[in-house]
Design a protein around this ligand. Structure first.
Ligand code: 5GP
Length: 184
């Protein structure tokens, strides 16, 4: 942005202008505030988080979908039958430091998986969830979205508690893969 335009933008947003900028430092992404020179706002991206390990193929998952930008797999501690996680491959800690282009690309896939999951599991509805930082309920620090099929009158299980039987997860992954293939 030319300097005059930049100065104008600064005047418009003033001291409350919060623009996240991600910059790499030794494999970690840090969040900062543009134009303030102040230190990072929150913690850095840790490439050893569990989803980064799944993305690198270092630990297994019950995969339902993968393309160049995204992977989707069953949550091992489902809050309802068919609980699926959609994980962009790009490294970001959560929504707060994500590249807007990554977010724009993932939304149509969220829709596609929600529609397929509703069909695959005979659900009555679907809840989408996404948590940011510990205070916001986040427990794994790589951006992800929860697609949670909902059933009339059935409350959600607690978040992140109670491992599902691997056989059930495998069967659910298979059902969802089939529904995704059927919807093209
Ligand atoms: P968050 O609280 O960060 O939004 O959600 C993290 C989710 O990841 C939780 O729902 C939790 O059950 C799930 N999870 C944690 N560890 C693993 C794992 O190793 N594999 C899979 N597939 N899901 C996991």
């Amino acid at each position: 942005m030319p300097q005059a335009e930049n100065a104008a933008a600064d005047r418009v947003f003033g001291a409350s202008r919060i623009v996240y900028t991600a910059h790499r430092t030794g494999g970690h992404l840090l969040l900062g505030q543009l134009g303030t020179g102040r230190p990072a706002l929150t913690a850095s991206y840790d490439a050893d988080n569990i989803f980064a390990k799944i993305l690198r193929g270092e630990i297994p998952c019950h995969k339902v979908y993968e393309d160049d930008n995204v992977i989707a797999f069953m949550d091992v501690m489902p809050q309802s039958a068919g609980h699926t996680l959609i994980v962009p491959k790009a490294a970001s800690r959560n929504l707060l430091d994500a590249d807007p282009a990554v977010l724009a690309a993932v939304v149509p896939l969220l829709q596609r998986i929600a529609v397929a999951a509703k069909e695959a599991f005979g659900a009555d509805g679907v809840s989408m969830m996404q948590f940011n930082e510990a205070a916001g309920g986040q427990t794994v620090y790589h951006l992800h979205f929860h697609v949670i099929p909902r059933y009339e009158g059935v409350p959600l299980q607690a978040h992140g508690r109670g491992m599902e039987d691997p056989g059930v997860l495998a069967a659910n992954a298979e059902k969802l893969r089939a529904a995704l293939e059927a919807t093209g």
